[in-house]
Design a protein around this ligand. Structure first.
Ligand SMILES: *Cc1c(COP(=O)(O)O)cnc(C)c1O
Length: 411
């Protein structure tokens, strides 16, 4: 019989979202009249904007005619889309990229997992805590870790706690690491890495020959001036960082699927023999072999996100979500609940009142306010005592949820 990949057995059961569902179903069964407001999901709720839809339709119509039909496209994405990214997403930031450094994909969950293909298993990896679970679990799956301890930390991985005490800015690892995951604006904490902090990370990576995997899935939600949208705004970052971006949250592509990864040509690693080798070449080889590109209509739709009309429409949707974030933030603060994030990200990370655990607060919020959120402990041990509310939702419902929370906890 074929042997399985035993590393998968080390993973803790996908516990968080199934457990949330179970508790919500139990509540709604017992209270069929209650209107439950869901602020737990990390998924967009608004439809695609008109300019994007028009391009998407056009792409489909092209597929219907012999002269404009598209079969396999380049594995790296169409050059016209990469050019749009270079010109519209990066150039305005003062970042100069070549199209050969931009790889279009079906999303950054896949890319941030697949990227492990081009790193040796011996590399030491550092991740935040709390964290987007993909970074942790994919490293376990490829066999970079031992078992999890009772706290939930895997042997062999380095965790960087992000809590109120350090303003959700992780300290540099005390041991030598080779790969560092950073996510800004952050999921789940909704906080951002400042320009100074990001510069310190780039300097650290250059000094320690480490590679930063920078997840910028929420960069479009940044509202404050001077918060970096890309790690390449920092000098030297092209020599030490790979960046992931996604159309998912930016433009409502969670169900459409499109993202991109930037691997600068200057970024080098070392071979077993100690010689320098380009990560860009490796990723190009990896994608060419294991990936066959994103569908043509989807890439047409993605390019339309960066048209003048498309971007204006996309920005309106982002502003709508960010106004929800403001309503949640201000409402909770008025109720005396301490909260973080929600200024440059669609997530509010709150301190549970009265020292409740994350799950106790979940139950209380569900039972007494009929509001669903996400327990912080589900994102890592340092998330205990915190709770995530999402700004993706209908403004009326968000407002109603906040009013209920204020009635319950407000003085
Ligand atoms: C939603 C999200 C992504 C985007 O994933 P896609 O696969 O592009 O939909 C990436 N990183 C983080 C932290 C996210 O929350």
């Amino acid at each position: 019989m074929a042997r399985i990949n035993d590393n998968y057995l080390k993973l803790q059961a996908g516990y968080l979202f199934p457990e949330i569902s179970r508790r919500v179903t139990e509540f709604t069964t017992a209270n069929p009249a209650a209107k439950v407001i869901r602020l737990g999901i990390g998924d967009v709720t608004k439809p695609l904007v008109p300019a994007v839809l028009a391009a998407f339709h056009e792409g489909v119509d092209d597929m219907a005619k012999g002269e404009s039909f598209h079969g396999y496209g380049p594995e790296q994405g169409y050059a016209w889309l990469s050019q749009v990214i270079v010109d519209k997403a990066y150039k305005p930031l003062g970042v100069t990229l070549k199209t050969s450094e931009v790889f279009i994909s079906d999303g950054s969950k896949c890319d941030s997992s697949n990227i492990l293909d081009i790193f040796d298993l011996s590399n030491k990896v550092a991740i935040g805590d709390p964290v987007y679970p993909v970074y942790n679990d994919t490293n376990v799956m490829v066999g970079r870790s031992g078992e999890a301890n009772e706290q939930g930390y895997y042997e062999g991985l380095v965790y960087m706690p992000c809590t109120e005490e350090n303003n959700f800015a992780p300290a540099f690892p005390t041991e030598k690491v080779d790969v560092i995951y950073l996510c800004s604006p952050n999921n789940p904490t909704g906080t951002v890495t400042s320009r100074e902090q990001l510069k310190a990370w780039v300097d650290y990576a250059l000094e320690n020959d480490a590679v930063i995997l920078f997840d910028a899935a929420y960069e479009a939600f940044i509202t404050e001036e001077n918060v970096p949208h890309s790690i390449y705004e920092i000098e030297g970052a092209k020599r030490c960082a790979i960046e992931f971006r996604s159309f998912s949250k930016t433009a409502g592509f969670t169900g459409v699927r499109c993202g991109l990864t930037v691997v600068p040509e200057e970024l080098m690693g070392t071979t077993a023999k100690g010689e320098k080798y380009s990560f860009n070449k490796l990723w190009n080889r990896r994608q060419g072999t294991k990936f066959n590109g994103v569908s043509y209509p989807v890439q047409k739709a993605a390019a339309a996100v960066y048209s003048d009309e498309g971007w204006a429409q996309v920005k309106d949707v982002i502003d709508y979500y960010m106004d929800n974030a403001r309503i949640i933030r201000e409402g909770l603060t008025a109720a005396g609940i301490q909260c973080f994030g929600g200024v440059n990200a669609p997530y509010i990370w709150l301190r549970t009142p009265e020292g409740m655990t994350s799950w106790d607060f979940f139950d209380k919020l569900l039972n007494e306010c009929h509001v669903v959120g996400t327990p912080g402990s589900g994102f890592g041990p340092s998330g205990e005592g915190y709770f995530r509310l999402s700004a993706f939702g209908d403004k009326e419902k968000v407002t109603e949820a906040v009013e209920k929370i204020k009635q319950k906890w407000g003085k």
